[in-house]
Write a protein that binds this ligand. Structure first.
Ligand code: GLN
Length: 189
């Protein structure tokens, strides 16, 4: 199994470190040439969704990645990555727009949006959740389901092979959510 990690900006290296820990091959996607390598799943990291969205278009990566996602390639989006996948974005513009969720950007206020908590994640028990200028998921449509909540707001969701978290599991030492994603990738393959 090989995982492509979008590496235009943001916290991509930390996802790589987590996959190293789980013994899973990965590589960074920075330009269209990188897409010539075969890969089984995609990670969209945290960072700044507006910047990543613009770079995706400028570098010609938007269409080929959208096509892969639409063809059923499993994808895991954290924070800004979640925003890139959402069908509806409050305070921003949809990018891939493939996931049946409505998200609110910078939902906790620009400065106060960073905090740490622990909460139940469906089937995985309590997991650490660092939020950094985080969005929350205002609602999930009928195709998606919520996997975690904090303070009454949805913090993680899944729709088929698309998994998203509003927080950053790659910045913790708990690999449970990455392992969960890799299991989904295995099942998909
Ligand atoms: N606030 C950022 C955005 O809107 C997301 C922050 C993050 O990924 N940590 O893209």
């Amino acid at each position: 199994m090989n995982i492509g990690i979008l590496a235009l900006q943001g916290a991509f290296a930390e996802h790589g470190a987590m996959l190293d820990r789980l013994g899973t091959d990965h590589f960074e996607i920075r330009q269209t040439r990188d897409l010539e390598r075969p890969f089984d799943a995609l990670i969209l990291p945290g960072g700044e969704s507006t910047v990543m969205g613009k770079l995706l278009h400028d570098l010609g990566l938007f269409q080929p990645l959208l096509q892969r996602i639409k063809n059923g390639m499993p994808v895991f989006g954290t924070c800004a990555g979640l925003i890139l996948l959402a069908r509806e974005v409050e305070g921003g513009t949809p990018c891939f727009g493939v996931m049946d969720i409505c998200v609110k950007r910078n939902a906790y206020g620009r400065q106060l949006g960073s905090f740490y908590t622990e909460a139940e994640f469906c089937g995985l028990g309590s997991v650490p959740m660092p939020f950094i200028r985080a969005p929350y998921i205002r609602s999930v449509g009928p195709k998606a389901r919520a996997l975690a909540e904090t303070d009454g707001h949805i913090a993680a969701a899944q729709q088929d092979k698309m998994l998203v978290t509003a927080f950053h599991p790659e910045l913790t030492d708990n690999p449970a959510i990455h392992r969960y994603f890799l299991e989904c990738v295995k099942k998909a393959g």
